[in-house]
Design a protein around this ligand. Structure first.
Ligand SMILES: [Zn+2]
Ligand SMILES: [Zn+2]
Length: 111
């Protein structure tokens, strides 16, 4: 049986300890982003309030673009920032050369 923890602490810990094994796996309706950590075999579910992307230049459809990255080439997408106190997660796609900012409403961790 898996347990659910309604806290961002586990995601923060994964990012701090082994961000190289933390990947975006799924983006799904309407604004949920799922990350996997292969080091601790935990799944982090982010409820996202707002998607934005301003680098290298601002775009309107950050959600659609990030969806394409996650479904098309998720191995190029890295977690670049994680600050659960400020409800912020950053993502960087090396294939598109684009950075994303996610404003987080809630994080749940399943293990
Ligand atoms: Zn981990
Ligand atoms: Zn991309």
């Amino acid at each position: 049986m898996s347990s659910i923890y309604k806290s961002g602490a586990f995601a923060q810990q994964c990012f701090s300890a082994h961000r190289e094994t933390l990947f975006f796996r799924k983006i799904g309706p309407p604004a949920e982003v799922i990350m996997d950590c292969s080091s601790c075999e935990m799944e982090h579910r982010l409820s996202v309030l707002q998607f934005s992307s301003t680098l290298p230049q601002a775009i309107e459809n950050a959600f659609e673009h990030l969806t394409n990255c996650i479904t098309g080439h998720s191995s190029s997408l890295r977690v670049s920032a994680m600050d659960v106190v400020r409800d912020h997660v950053g993502a960087r796609c090396t294939q598109c050369n684009r950075s994303f900012d996610l404003e987080i409403g809630a994080i749940e961790t399943l293990r």
